[in-house]
Design a protein around this ligand. Sequence first.
Ligand code: SAH
Length: 224
Amino acid sequence: MKLLLIPLLLFGVGNDFKAARQRMVGTQLEARDITDRAVLDSMATVPRHEFAGKKHLSRAYGDFPLPIGYGQTISQPYIVALMTQLLNLKGGERVLEVGTGSGYQSAVLSPIVEKVYTIEIVPELAGTARERLKRLDYGNVEVKEGDGYFGWEEKGPFDAIVVTAAASHVPPPLIAQLKEGGKMIIPVGGTFAVQTLMLVEKREGKIKQTAITGVRFVPLTGGH
Ligand code: SAH
């Protein structure tokens, strides 16, 4: 009896997560301004509950950020979707993420682009994210432990860069590692202030910055 019940229960739970994910896409993303089909499709498939940790399983698809340990958080689903959509990805890109955290943002990028490089400064988080992404078969994501302020020069230049921690300024090494025509999304501002999500574009060697909206992120730490 027990043997029969366990797979049935697991099947039920799996379906609940799928339904919760579809609700999340409808009510939190499509109902706002997320229209990029590739972003919506990816967010409808990436199992956010696998990234949120066991304690937060029932809250994994809620409209808010979630703690992932070490004082860090995964962003609210809408913010992940917005940042990904703003990169205007068409497929085939090489993308750099600074601030791997749980690996969720990388997993959302994975099916959309060719290759994701992601850097995390907290060694434990880098290790857990690397194992999790491997276990869940996100084979085109490479995780490095290090200070993402300096980017990942050997793997650059990148078509797109997404920074998921707030910096006091746009790091010059990241601008240098952005391809001509490339786009970077980065929250800029102080730790206890409201920060501004900035779109940084490199065109004909010039940098254009556009303020998108107010956000709240954990700070970009490191030696800069
Ligand atoms: N994108 C993550 C959440 C990011 S939270 C996700 O989807 O789960 C911000 C992350 O940035 C934290 O894990 C923090 O440790 C990391 N971080 C902060 N400063 C950093 C730096 N200088 N280089 C790399 N990672 C950094």
